[in-house]
Design a protein around this ligand. Structure first.
Ligand code: FES
Length: 99
């Protein structure tokens, strides 16, 4: 289940200068059934195990109309397509290596 943060908590986090990149998971039907259902679970476990679940803004987003290259996940300003579980592991390690 995606945690939904209120705008107040998001503003508070930004005001604190926490520049930890957020994660957007495409929850459109195509991306969801092609891997983002499992990817989301993996992300939640990854963040929780590292104590990052309270710092990383994890959100779902609607279909980005580029379904053919999905499943899509955005981390910070980078948008990734074709995100398999194997690729996701590498992306998370890359973006959150020093945290
Ligand atoms: S469902 Fe993800 S881009 Fe369309």
């Amino acid at each position: 289940m995606i945690r939904v943060r209120s705008e107040d908590s998001r503003r508070q986090k930004l005001a604190q200068g926490d520049d930890v990149p957020g994660i957007f998971v495409c929850m459109g039907k195509s991306c969801y059934v092609r891997g983002n259902q499992e990817n989301l679970v993996y992300i939640e476990v990854f963040l929780k195990q590292r104590g990052l679940d309270v710092r990383v803004d994890l959100r779902g987003k609607r279909c980005g109309r580029s379904c053919e290259t999905g499943p899509h996940i955005a981390i910070g300003n980078a948008v990734y397509g074709g995100v398999t579980l194997v690729r996701l592991k590498g992306l998370l390690e890359k973006h959150y290596a020093c945290m």
